[in-house]
Design a protein around this ligand. Structure first.
Ligand SMILES: Cc1ncc(COP(=O)(O)O)c(C=O)c1O
Length: 386
C-alpha cells in the first residue's frame, strides 16, 4: 500500500479468501467453470417468508431510520430466542441491533479496548478478529488451537497468555475455519478463567443452529461477564441483508449505542422487521437447510480423506471442512492458487486464519452436492496428474 495511506489502514491484512473470490470470478468471466468452495455464503435463497416480510415493510414505508439500538420488536425477539434456545434471560435492554456481526465487532472492541489492550484468540481463527483489534490499537494474542485438541485453545495456555493488559478472550463455536463445536465443559472452564481474572469473554455465535450433532451452547449459559455476537447471515441465508446484534454487559450498552449512533446510525428498518420474521417463522426453512448441509458434510469429509487430506477433527458445525493438505504442499496460499488455476477449484488457504492454519485448506460446503462431487473429482484428477 502507498506510504501516504494511514499506518492503521496499512496494518490491516487482506482477507485472502476475498482475493480468491475475485480471481475465481475473473476465471468465470473468462469462461471457466470454477467449483466454488471458497466463501461461507449460503447457496440457498433467503426463506420466502423473510423476503415477503421485507417487501411488505418496504411497501408500508418502513424505510427510515430506527432507534440506534434497534427496533424493540427485534430486540424482544432476540431475547425470546435466548430464553427458548438456551433457557437464559437476556434483557432486551442489553441487545444492540447491528448491520451484521462484523459491525458488532467494532462496537464490541471499540467499547472494550484502549491502546495496548490485549485480546486472546484462537490460532487459527476468523481473520477479522485480529484485524479489528489491531485497527483499534489493541493487541491480538494468539493461542494455539490444535487439531489434536479438537481445535480448542487449551485452558492452561489461556491462563498463561493472560497479562494485566488482557481485556477479553475471544471464542467462536461452531468455529470458522474449523467447523469445531466447543463442548460445554470447555466453555464453562474458559468462563471460569475469565471470571477469575476479571476479564471478559467475547463469543461469536454466528454459526449457532448449524450443528450436526450436539447443539452449541451460548457462553451466557456459563457467565455474565460476556459479550455475544450473532447475526442472520449464515443460519437464515441472509448474508447480503446485513443484520446482526451484540449482547453486551449493561455498562457497555451505552458506549456501544454511541458508537452505533455515530458510525452507522442504525440497521436498515425493513431488514430489522424481516429479522423478527426470521427468528419467529423461518424454523422449517432453517431445518431444511441444516439437513442439506449435513448431507453435504457427510459426503465431503470422507471424500477429502480418500484424496489423502487429513481431517482429524470431524467438523460438526458451520459449513466448513478444515483439511490438513500438507500431502500436497506446505504453503497453503500457493496450493490454493494452484488448485484454482489448474483444477478450477476454489478453496480458502489456511494461512488466512493465522499461522496455525498454515498447511490447511478450508473447503466450504455452502454449495450443492453436485458441485462438491465435481470439485472432489477435479481434485482427484489434479492429484493423480501431479
Ligand atoms: C465467524 C464469523 N463471524 C462473523 C462473520 C461475519 O458475519 P456477518 O455477515 O454477520 O457480518 C463471519 C462470516 O464469514 C464469520 O465466519
Amino acid at each position: 500500500m502507498p506510504e501516504n495511506v494511514s499506518a492503521r489502514a496499512r496494518a490491516i491484512l487482506p482477507f485472502v479468501v476475498m482475493d480468491v473470490v475475485a480471481r475465481a470470478k475473473e476465471l468465470e468471466k473468462a469462461g471457466h467453470d470454477v467449483v466454488r468452495m471458497d466463501v461461507g455464503d449460503p447457496d440457498f435463497p433467503t426463506p420466502d417468508v423473510v423476503t415477503k416480510a421485507a417487501e411488505a415493510a418496504m411497501e408500508a414505508g418502513e424505510t427510515g431510520y430506527t432507534q440506534s439500538l434497534g427496533l424493540p420488536d427485534l430486540r424482544d425477539a432476540v431475547s425470546a430466542r435466548f430464553a427458548s434456545k438456551y433457557g437464559i434471560t437476556v434483557d432486551p435492554c442489553d441487545i444492540v441491533v447491528t448491520q451484521g456481526t462484523s459491525p458488532a465487532m467494532l462496537l464490541l472492541f471499540g467499547s472494550l479496548l484502549d491502546p495496548g489492550g490485549e485480546v486472546i484468540m484462537a490460532d487459527p481463527c476468523y481473520p477479522a478478529y485480529p484485524n479489528y483489534v489491531n485497527f483499534l490499537g489493541g493487541v491480538p494474542v494468539r493461542v494455539p488451537a490444535l487439531a489434536k485438541d479438537g481445535f480448542a485453545m487449551q485452558p492452561d495456555a489461556i491462563r498463561a497468555a493472560i497479562t494485566p493488559r488482557t481485556r477479553c478472550i475471544m471464542l467462536n463455536s461452531p468455529g470458522n475455519p474449523t467447523g469445531a463445536v466447543l463442548p460445554s465443559e470447555h466453555l464453562a472452564e474458559v468462563a471460569a478463567i475469565a471470571e477469575g481474572a476479571g476479564i471478559w469473554i467475547a463469543s461469536d455465535e454466528i454459526y449457532h443452529g448449524l450443528t450436526y450433532g450436539e447443539s452449541a451452547h451460548s457462553v451466557l449459559e456459563f457467565t455474565d461477564r460476556a459479550f455475544v455476537l450473532n447475526g442472520f447471515s449464515k443460519l437464515y441465508a441472509m448474508t447480503g441483508w446485513r443484520l446482526g446484534y451484540l449482547v453486551a454487559p449493561r455498562e457497555f450498552v451505552r458506549p456501544a449505542e454511541v458508537i452505533q449512533q455515530n458510525f452507522f446510525l442504525c440497521a436498515n428498518h425493513f431488514v430489522q422487521i424481516a429479522g423478527v420474521v426470521a427468528l419467529t417463522q423461518a424454523g422449517e426453512d432453517v431445518e431444511r437447510m441444516r439437513t442439506t448441509y449435513d448431507e453435504r458434510r457427510r459426503f465431503l469429509v470422507p471424500a477429502l480423506r480418500e484424496l489423502g487430506l487429513r481431517v482429524d477433527v470431524e467438523p460438526s458445525g458451520a459449513f466448513y471442512v478444515f483439511a490438513d493438505a500438507r500431502c500436497w504442499g506446505d504453503d497453503s496460499l500457493a496450493l490454493s492458487r494452484r488448485l484454482l488455476e489448474e483444477a478450477f477449484v476454489a478453496s480458502a488457504p489456511g494461512i488466512d486464519f493465522g499461522p496455525g492454519g498454515e498447511g490447511f485448506l478450508r473447503f466450504s460446503y455452502a454449495t450443492s452436492i453436485e458441485r462438491l462431487q465435481e470439485g472432489v473429482q477435479r481434485l482427484r484428477a489434479w492429484a493423480t496428474a501431479g
